[in-house]
Design a protein around this ligand. Structure first.
Ligand SMILES: [Zn+2]
Length: 287
């Protein structure tokens, strides 16, 4: 079951106070007293949080922002941009996942603004407000509509992503069997690099057609030479081929332990980020 209450308990109303103090001239003490007054009148039917919502509403604050408590989490992954068609035209959307100390939260965001914000905010701390929920067959998604608010918070609001347990896969095998991006610690046991022609606009691999290099999307453009790194990575659950399209943090990762983020596509691990590389080879031969 997905809980979407982030880290807040039912008694907590800091987020409501944050909204109230921005829109009404009132001291914290006055606000707390009003909350206490409402709460004491109907404590069988209210949490302090609910009482705070009533006070906020009575003060004329737009409480639609606080139906669900804000979600705070790091942006673990963002999927490719898709388009949903409606009477009013096409709206771009992306699936994404945020993670905090308690859970992974699957989400979907609609609209140009959110899509472009998310696509440049990997690993950042986000706060999501005014969202709704969308039920799929097996699970519930947090639905970020064009009216929802995504805010980038200061990085110190959450521990680094490598310290967030729900971001981690137990093993490579677990990762392969469970969709989505995960952090994992592996040993690199083979390494090679090949060059390929990439489209300078979208980075996609170009194809040879009638002895001309063309991008499947942009057609006839001047190709750029890009490198792809191919590894074989290993842990106690097995060995798996992996690819990485960026420059690794060390000239060679061979025989090193590596903490990475990636996801499986069929049998191949796509590495999206490398966080840590052991200083020395984990395995040495002879003396
Ligand atoms: Zn292209």
């Amino acid at each position: 079951m997905i809980m979407c209450d982030g880290k807040m308990s039912s008694g907590d109303y800091e987020d409501i106070w944050d909204i109230v103090k921005k829109s009404v001239q009132i001291s914290r003490q006055e606000f707390d007293e009003l909350v206490e007054k409402i709460y004491s009148k109907a404590r069988n039917f209210l949490t302090k949080r609910a009482a705070a919502m009533i006070v906020a509403r009575n003060l004329g604050v737009d409480t639609s922002q606080i139906a669900y408590t804000p979600i705070v989490g790091r942006l673990l992954e963002v999927g490719p941009v898709k388009k949903s068609k409606s009477a009013s035209g096409e709206t771009p959307y992306v699936l994404f996942t945020v993670v905090n100390e308690e859970e992974r939260i699957p989400c979907v965001a609609f609209g140009e603004h959110h899509v472009s914000l998310l696509r440049q905010s990997e690993d950042k701390v986000l706060m999501i407000r005014k969202y709704t929920k969308a039920k799929l067959r097996k699970y519930t998604l947090v639905k970020v509509t064009e009216n929802s608010i995504i805010e980038i918070l200061d990085d110190s609001k959450l521990p680094p992503i490598t310290d967030l347990k729900p971001a981690w896969a137990d093993s490579l095998k677990f990762m392969k069997e469970n969709r989505g991006a995960w952090l994992v610690k592996v040993l690199v046991i083979d390494e090679s690099t090949t060059e390929y022609f990439a489209c300078p606009i979208c980075g996609k691999s170009m194809e040879l057609q009638d002895s001309e290099w063309v991008c499947p999307e942009h057609g006839d453009v001047e190709p750029e030479v890009e490198k792809v790194w191919r590894y074989v990575v290993s842990d106690r659950s097995g060995t798996f081929p992996a690819v990485y399209f960026k420059d690794p943090p060390e000239p060679s990762l061979l025989d090193r332990l590596v903490v990475l983020k990636g996801y499986f596509r069929d049998d191949e691990l796509y590495i999206s980020k490398i966080y840590w590389v052991s200083e020395k080879e984990a395995i040495t031969f002879g003396e």
